[in-house]
Design a protein around this ligand. Sequence first.
Ligand code: NAD
Length: 439
Amino acid sequence: MPQHPLDPISTANHPSAARAAHALESETNPWEAQAARFDAAARKLNLDAGIRRVLSLPAREIIVHIPVVMDNGQIEVFTGYRVQHSIARGPAKGGIRYSPDVSLDEVRALAAWMTWKCAIVNIPFGGAKGGVICDPGKLSAGELERITRRYTASLIEFLGPEKDVPAPDMNTNEQTMAWIMDTYSMHTGQTVTGVVTGKPLDLGGSLGRREATGRGVSVMCDSALRHLGMSREGCRVIVQGFGNVGGYTAKYLAEKGYKVIGVAEMHHGLYNDNGLDIPALLRHRAETGGIVGFREAEAADPATLLTSPCDLLVPAATENVITSKNAAQIKAHILCEGANGPTTPAADEILSANNVFVVPDILANSGGVTTSYFEWVQDRMGYFWEEEVVFQRLDRIMRESFDAVLAYATNHGVNNRIAAYMLAIDRVAFTLRQRGIYA
Ligand code: NAD
């Protein structure tokens, strides 16, 4: 069997210390984490070798090195990626993130997760993701705009409402999408709102898109509770990450009667045994830019919060926060993953052994792309829906997707994560077989 083009280098000849370091790096490599789950699900599905080979690799990977004139007049060069994992079910779809930690393997994994996510909620998109290696905290608005426009221009032939439709992700937002939309429109000579989603409302955005991911996560928490026969009242929740996803998840959970007792940010945490006043905390964040200094809570260590006693844990920050090192200490009964890739495969096994009920990322946070799909549809129709229509359709799709994943888990005797991959792979593989392999 030839080595897979994206396989890691074998550790057979490595000394033990190097092997241990490699093992840790390997555990937290998002692409390897994605591949491990893909392999397990494909095996369980008896997926034929050819289709398996197709889906185990991204269809297209684009690397751009983009020159940008900085505010001080000097030229900097930034590296950006766009990976289109699959267009089998429709145009590629997926966010763009700006971070110093962006890597090709991370973008590959995020692109594949988009393919699986779109298939789980059964919307007509493939999967893609993009990223630029940069530190937005150190860049002015003008520099960010020039990076965004040049990145878009470098990718212009690969983007489009029928080709590949970006959206915001970590450290990008509605403004970033507006710049991409404008740059694309200038190149095509007409306003093309459907080239991105997550846009400002006045530029063809959808009502409810901003709230959608967190709202969807809260619907998944409801479904998990219903499945386990638990009630919202008295359900004690800890949320990690208080950005778009974590903030809206906490808001909706608090409105529904859950008790959010802890919020963990990168360097700070808050705890209140009687439940945090989430609307007040959201106001505090809007006024101060963070959670520090919120009076009606005790300061808490963010890492300790993750393993503190609670019923429901929602990681909504970033990858690899639950690993083989801390999974055994997780005390939550339910783990509902707002972030992409928060749990490593090694941690999965520990959580499974400890009977933690996991709502996996590719299901739990799919409310974002579902509402992006609504936005894309509205842009193409030129007719915009009321917020209650968006939310009603979103909630229904989320609930039905949860039930579909649970049915796979029951029928195939696998955990929820592998069930979600199986459902997604089954749907994408079906389309691939129907289309056939173009020659
Ligand atoms: P965001 O930038 O709005 O918020 C992220 C928050 O997490 C910030 O408050 C940041 O301070 C905090 N954070 C970062 N690293 C942390 C760490 N190690 N520990 C604790 N807190 C940390 O980003 P977002 O849009 O909310 O995205 C969060 C996660 O959800 C990402 O994994 C993203 O890919 C995923 N996601 C987002 C959407 C969406 O619609 N925004 C959709 C699906 C998935």
